[in-house]
Design a protein around this ligand. Structure first.
Ligand SMILES: C[S@@+](CC[C@H](N)C(=O)[O-])C[C@H]1O[C@@H](n2cnc3c(N)ncnc32)[C@H](O)[C@@H]1O
Length: 400
């Protein structure tokens, strides 16, 4: 976030970007890819534009589609130099127009090249922490397509699809290649129920949501009902669980564990399987904690608490004061006040941090390092091929 400077800085002499209105065309080169996977192209007058559907090193003619502060957005008119690693996207719904599906923005690029870019991105993000030595090569997904065990469809009662990348409108899809076989069938079955007045959005809403999952059929899909979180790629989740197991087996199982953002207990089960005696698993989503508690896993206490609001401050304080191992798997926001947590956890010597957002991960790693934790391992993993998403598994240790 930009902060207002205390004193006004002297104005830099910059050329006026008078012609920079939507519709203006310019030539340029893709110098970088942003964390959301778009090309970064500098306009000859200096302003930076984000362009979907291009790759590093490509050159072409771009058209301004919008301006925001010092940034801009543009689309490709034509490419004069294309990456040799481009491929024909195997999905008819892929694209960057207002009615194309925005789900797989990198589908036009060779999978190995996607992985190479993700690896480089992690390396660059870790550089300021002086921690690149801890980095291992990324684990590719065994399935490039057909891997998604769950997804959220949108409907306006007449159409069914996903959100378009460029317009934020509904993009209708007849099929989806990243869904696994069961979910593709569910999509077909749900499409057979169109038009469907029960799926019409309320006033002031653009669409309704239909969560599909490979453990339910079309008949069990509910409208606007959020299902407990589940890692979206089963094979890669299995790998994450095995990685966590290998790490926790190196620690005495009598160590009390605090697990934050535990969901329904995906990693809690691993701790139980490794015979940990005392685990406090925290999540804000009531149904997830109820699901976890219903399984009566030995040594596990479920705590439903919103960590943004410090709902259960006394209970958390007690857990922090005894925990030796902290396992956390937060949403994209990370754990902003991790420093406060570490300050209140005098016996903590190991942190296992699983992250879906490198920017907040690096912020939190920095805070942990300021509390004398050392980053020992970073294992990136590709949960969502065809997208810029990167999952990172990390271990930090503190000597007490
Ligand atoms: C990335 S998921 C991880 C879930 C689980 N570890 C798994 O592998 O299935 C993040 C979890 O954080 C929970 N969560 C989100 N915001 C939260 C908050 N403010 N306080 C506590 N839990 C939160 C969500 O309900 C979700 O279960």
């Amino acid at each position: 976030m930009f902060k207002r400077p205390l004193r006004a800085r002297p104005k830099r002499a910059s050329k006026p970007d008078t012609g920079l209105q939507p519709g203006h065309r310019f030539e340029g080169e893709v110098r970088d890819l942003s964390s959301d996977g778009q090309g970064v192209v500098a306009h000859p007058e200096g302003r930076v534009f984000f362009v979907p559907g291009v790759w590093l090193g490509e050159r072409g003619l771009f058209e301004v589609t919008g301006l925001k502060g010092r940034m801009g957005f543009a689309r490709v008119i034509s490419l004069s130099e294309k990456s040799v690693l481009r491929r024909a996207p195997p999905c008819p719904h892929h694209g960057f127009t207002s009615d194309s599906c925005g789900g797989c923005p990198w589908l036009f690029m060779d999978y190995r090249e996607q992985l190479r870019n993700k690896e480089q991105h992690v390396q660059r993000m870790l550089q300021p922490l002086n921690a690149t030595l801890a980095l291992s090569p990324i684990w590719a997904s065994p399935e490039e397509l057909g891997y998604r065990n769950r997804a959220q469809l949108k409907s306006d009662g007449k159409r069914l699809g996903f959100v378009a990348g460029s317009s934020r409108d509904l993009a209708e899809v007849s099929d989806c290649l990243v869904l696994n076989t069961k979910n593709r069938q569910t999509l077909t079955d749900l499409r057979a129920r169109l038009p469907n007045p029960a799926w019409k959005p309320g006033r002031s809403k653009q669409w309704t949501s239909l969560d599909i999952d490979d453990d339910i059929d079309a008949a069990q899909v509910s409208v606007n009902e959020r299902r407990p979180f589940r890692q979206g790629n089963s094979a890669q989740n299995q790998r994450m669980r095995e990685w966590v197991r290998a790490k926790v087996l190196q620690i005495p199982t009598s160590s009390p564990v605090l697990e934050l953002f535990a969901g329904s207990g995906n990693f809690t089960e691993v701790l139980v399987g490794a015979a940990y005696e005392s685990i406090c698993a925290v999540d804000s989503f009531g149904p997830a904690i109820e699901d976890l508690q219903a399984r009566s896993l030995p040594g596990v206490t479920g705590l439903c608490s919103n960590l943004d609001r410090d709902d259960s401050a006394a209970e958390l304080e007690a857990q922090l004061s005894r925990a030796k191992l902290l396992l956390l798997d937060p949403p994209r926001e990370g754990l902003k006040n991790i420093g406060d947590y570490l300050h209140r956890a005098p016996h903590l010597n190991t942190i296992i941090y699983i992250s879906c957002n490198l920017a907040t991960l690096c912020r939190d790693l920095q805070a942990a390092m300021e509390h004398k934790f050392e980053l020992q391992e970073v294992q990136p993993l590709d949960l969502f091929p065809q997208t810029p998403h990167i999952e990172a598994l990390t271990v930090l240790k503190r000597s007490i």
